[in-house]
Design a binder for this molecule. Structure first.
Ligand code: TXA
Ligand code: MG
Length: 337
């Protein structure tokens, strides 16, 4: 469905939140801010509403979506938990919810999430976001809200309402503006349905913090290996128009620079993720930086974005993952989120 519609701009006031909830309950599409990125929400129980998400994003295949809930109790009501997994899930919820962690759990036979939102899988991705507005909205809706990142498929994820409107104005029913996202990269996706927990996507909760709580976690060095289990992991994601070069040790005259720490000499155009080398600040500035360098670099006739190395610990893992994906050669028939 690519019909044009009026996109309401809603502010994060009680009236704005009420209106957003009313639209969601009526099966409409509402983008809303979370602490990670803006999500494109639809009521998860309705196949029709969820189908609109895929249409608006131009998502080429029906990938499973994360269902968002306002608290651990309502989230776990959608899952079938038992044994050690149940213990781990509750411990994780206690420590990281509300927050940037998504748990993949067995889907309960009583789950109200539609088959389309779950892509027909027997598992379900569940998340309780931390954003105050997001939580108020979810409480007001009172049912799971499916929400992938609110961007056209394969493009950079939105970390403020302006980014959302740039790609989805006229394709969705409303955007609830709660300002810029504090974390700026998506949630960590952890699969708890296997013998040992598996990190499917590095994100806002670090691997170090997860390991401290659950013990050993399986995680490939190259996250593209696990693409089949988590379709959004496929290459050519977060793709700017300009090619991206990773781990740059020098900058060519026709390159824009994505710096981290002390910038390399010679770039006419630089976006510094964090001058002090702080990974939290870098994550929060990542998607805005890619957008800026892409637009301004293209305008100036530059040929590529060169990114300085990012450390492999803490939020650096998530940043490296998104940059690697942005650097992948573009494939048009890949499965994108
Ligand atoms: O921070 C976030 O997680 C944002 C905000 C809006 O909450 N959402 C987000 O959604 O990034 P999306 O659709 O762009 O990414 C969801 C990821 C995808 O990689 C998808 O394949 C994976 O979660 N996923 C969803 N359900 C799954 C399942 N049952 N098993 C394995 N992976 C799953
Ligand atoms: Mg996405």
């Amino acid at each position: 469905m690519s019909d044009t519609r009026h996109t309401e701009r809603l502010t994060a006031t009680p009236e704005g939140i009420r209106r957003a909830a009313e639209l969601l309950k009526a099966g409409k599409l509402v983008a809303f801010g979370t602490e990670t990125v803006y999500g494109l929400g639809a009521i998860a129980s309705s196949d029709t509403a969820v189908a609109r998400i895929f249409a608006a994003k131009g998502r080429p295949r029906f990938n499973p979506l994360i269902s968002h809930l306002p608290d651990a109790e309502s989230a776990f009501a959608q899952a079938s938990l038992s044994g050690r997994m149940e213990e781990i899930a509750h411990a994780l919820a206690k420590r990281f919810w509300p927050g940037p962690l998504t748990m993949v759990l067995p889907r309960s036979p009583n789950s109200t999430v539609s088959d389309l939102a779950a892509a027909g899988l027997s598992t379900l991705a569940l998340r309780v976001p931390r954003g105050k507005t997001a939580l108020a909205l979810l409480r007001e809706v009172g049912a799971p809200v499916a929400a992938p990142s609110a961007n056209v498929s394969g493009t950079v994820s939105p970390s403020d309402a302006f980014h959302v409107l740039r790609s989805l104005d006229g394709r969705i029913d409303a955007v609830l503006d709660s300002g810029p996202c504090s974390i700026g990269v998506e949630s960590t996706v952890l699969d708890l349905t296997r013998e040992v927990p598996v990190l499917l996507r590095p994100g806002g909760v670090t691997l170090e913090d997860l390991t401290e709580l659950c013990g050993p976690i399986r995680h490939p060095d190259d996250f593209s290996e696990i693409a089949p289990a988590s379709p959004g992991r496929l290459a050519s994601h977060y793709a700017p128009n300009l090619p991206v070069r990773l781990d740059a040790a020098s900058i060519a005259p026709d390159e824009a620079q994505l710096a981290f720490g002390t910038p390399l000499p010679g770039a006419g155009l630089t976006w510094n993720l964090s001058e002090s080398g702080n990974l939290e600040e870098a994550a929060a500035r990542l998607f805005a930086g890619l957008r800026f360098l892409d637009a301004e670099g293209t305008r100036r006739g530059l040929k590529a974005i060169a990114a300085q190395p990012i450390p492999r610990h803490g939020l650096g893992l998530a940043i490296r993952d998104r940059l690697r994906r942005a650097a992948e050669p573009r494939t048009h028939n890949a499965t994108l989120t």
